[in-house]
Design a protein around this ligand. Structure first.
Ligand code: SF4
Ligand code: SF4
Length: 485
């Protein structure tokens, strides 16, 4: 029996409109804008200069920190600028981007296929990092450091996440329908990198076409490590920690990592990207984006070269059907409201929702909390959102820390069920940076105290050793002064 997820919501999926037509690769634009920090961790460091000619797939920025990801040109052409540009992220402000003018030649850097089995797990992990691969479920966490953590486990359980629980998003559904074998090739490569004993591909039960495609590919593979598991459709069961609980019955410890319990979770899109890099020599330079919402004329799933302006995705989907209320990157629950469509597609861009008012769960005027408890019942992390709300309002960070604010996954379930229309998730997202700062300075203070205490202990030890030596010397002198005594 599948272990149940605490809380969560059954939401209208709104995925049918975007899954009627096959995947379509759209032409590369005249110019691409590629941010150096389109992944979690430190920005990549540019390896090209303005005026350089680059080939499609060529390395243009290198990961030089433990948590970072390399970046490759998605078109062939000339580097026009390396400068700050507007980007589709939660934080405000521009990011440094490499802007490439497309020469239309599609000239591609030649990279030979690599046999994963010929590499030891450590070297394979390094090689996956060279492909600029990051988690394609939306978080864009670099894949190589995540694998390195998983390598510390003895035969971990690999979970490939194809749940795709958030409303409107269907890019993983279409990938599983059309590229099931590539996902399973990626699964085999990732199993080798991790020396994983088991791999479970998880699909929510509202994707029967994808599930049968994956089961057919698995039947051809004859690899007993890989199993396909269908799970009930419930939001946010596709969250990393939530899907681990649903599949294994284990809880990732608060403030811990899945590798702490011997599990590693990757998105199905990430597995396919790993296979494309090793088998075809194509680094991460394109991805599937769902373009949907009632505000777009022909919803669907497009394969898009990174750095393409979002406006072109709308153009290739028949344009806007009316005056849209909101443009979101991601789904309707956790998506980011974009100020305009003049922003580039990045590695994290899984979906673009052009929403009319009827598509949105619009909030009315905020009213005082009536302590109904709906939010705690809906919270998949078993937090107490109403209490977090009080303490976030009063900036009581000690209380926020002890109530587990950092475990909040910002899923928005509490908002959705709140009769008082309180923007809880938004409040929690805003409170986190200050809490992180507090935790960091607490950690630094504790390190400083430890250093001070160990210095004291070291001085005491030196003094004790000095006294012991002195005592020995005195004793020897006394013996010398009284021979035969
Ligand atoms: S759902 Fe809203 S009104 Fe009810 S307890 Fe939570 S914050 Fe208060
Ligand atoms: S946004 Fe945070 S507090 Fe609210 S339901 Fe989701 S995890 Fe719980």
């Amino acid at each position: 029996m599948t272990p149940a997820l605490h809380g969560g919501l059954r939401l209208p999926g709104n995925k049918q409109r975007s899954t009627q037509k096959p995947l379509r690769l759209i032409p590369a634009p005249d110019q691409v804008v590629l941010p150096l920090d389109q992944h979690a961790g430190a920005p990549a460091v540019a390896t090209v200069r303005v005026g350089d000619r680059v080939l499609r797939g060529q390395l243009i920025a290198r990961a030089e920190s433990e948590i970072s990801a390399s970046l490759h040109a998605s078109v062939a052409g000339t580097v026009l600028a390396i400068e700050p540009r507007a980007v589709p992220y939660h934080r405000n402000g521009p990011s440094t981007c490499i802007v490439i003018d497309n020469d239309g030649s599609d000239a591609t850097a030649s990279v030979a296929a690599v046999d994963h089995a010929a590499l030891d797990p450590r070297a394979l992990c390094e090689y996956i990092g060279n492909g600029g691969i990051v988690g394609l479920g939306g978080a864009a966490f670099p894949t190589a450091p995540k694998l390195r953590r998983g390598q510390q486990n003895d035969g971990p359980h690999l979970i490939l996440n194809g749940a795709e629980c958030e409303p409107w998003i269907s890019c993983d559904d279409m990938l599983m329908r059309e590229h099931a074998q590539q996902i399973l090739r990626g699964a085999i490569i990732l199993c080798h990198a991790l020396q994983a004993a088991r791999c479970t591909v998880v699909i929510e039960d509202d994707k029967p076409v994808a599930e049968s495609a994956m089961r057919a590919a698995q039947a051809e593979l004859h690899d007993e490590r890989i199993v396909i598991q269908s799970v009930p459709t419930i939001y946010p069961a596709g969250g990393e920690n939530q899907i681990i609980t649903v599949v294994t019955g284990l809880e990732v410890p608060a403030s811990g990592l899945p590798s702490d319990i011997g599990v590693l979770c990757h998105n199905v899109g990430t597995a396919a990207a790993v296979a494309r890099w090793l088998d075809n020599g194509e680094p991460l330079i394109r991805r599937i984006v769902t373009v949907t919402g009632s505000g777009v004329t022909e919803p669907g799933n497009l394969e898009v070269w990174l750095g393409t302006p979002m406006s072109q995705l709308v153009d290739h989907s028949g344009g806007y059907s009316g005056s849209i209320a909101r443009l979101l990157m991601g789904g309707s629950m956790m998506g980011l409201a974009l100020p305009s469509d003049d922003l580039p597609v990045v590695k994290a861009s899984n979906c673009l929702v052009a929403a009319l008012p009827a598509d949105l769960h619009l909030r009315g005027m905020e009213m005082p909390c009536i302590r109904c408890g709906n939010c705690s019942e809906a919270c998949p992390v078993m937090l107490l959102p109403q209490q977090l709300h009080w303490f976030a309002r009063s900036n009581d960070f000690a209380a926020l820390e002890s109530l587990g604010l950092m475990d909040c996954i910002e899923c928005g379930c509490c908002d959705y069920v709140c009769p008082s229309q309180i923007p809880l998730a938004q409040q929690f997202r805003q409170a986190k940076p200050a809490l992180v700062e507090r935790l960091t300075s607490k950690q630094q203070a504790s390190l400083a105290r430890q250093r001070y205490e160990s210095r004291d202990q070291r001085l005491e030890r030196i003094e004790a050793e000095r006294q012991a030596k002195l005592a020995e010397k005195r004793k020897a002198m006394t013996q010398n002064n009284h021979p035969g005594g």
